[in-house]
Design a protein around this ligand. Sequence first.
Ligand SMILES: [Zn+2]
Length: 181
Amino acid sequence: MNFCSHCGNPVEQRIPLGDNRLRFVCPQCQTIHYQNPRIIAGCLPVWGEQVLLCRRAIEPRCGFWTLPAGFMENGETLEQAAARETQEEACARVRELSLYTLFDLPHISQLYVFFRAELVDLDFAAGEESLEVQLFHEHEIPWQELAFPTVGRTLKCYFADRREQVYPIRNEGIAALRPRE
Ligand SMILES: [Zn+2]
């Protein structure tokens, strides 16, 4: 950042008293501008044997398939964020959300969280950020056209867990997202 979002003065980088990291600090109004990881919340919407995917209408990864997800907003819970993103991107309502996968991505300062969820009905459609929205059986998943490794990993976990009918919460780092040989 270059300028203080509070008073508009140019900011400088220094370690505030009692801190141990470089921060953007405003020498004018003394505001310390902390920058923290961003949380991306989403759903794996399920309808019987099928799961709902959205084809992205926006960059990054425009044209690729994803689970509905997006940045958590101030003033909402994680679960609300996941349901809201599902509504916005797939015009779909979900219920019975269950925390499922968490991915720590420290290299880009993001935390991805997906909930398993049941579609309430088949009344869905492409939202503003989607080109199309579609239900897929496992053998129809466009594995080579998925937008993000977190999406592919969540789907892989889901189909494996479904065979066992047990869905443990999976907290994984980037190692789990690397392509396997
Ligand atoms: Zn300032």
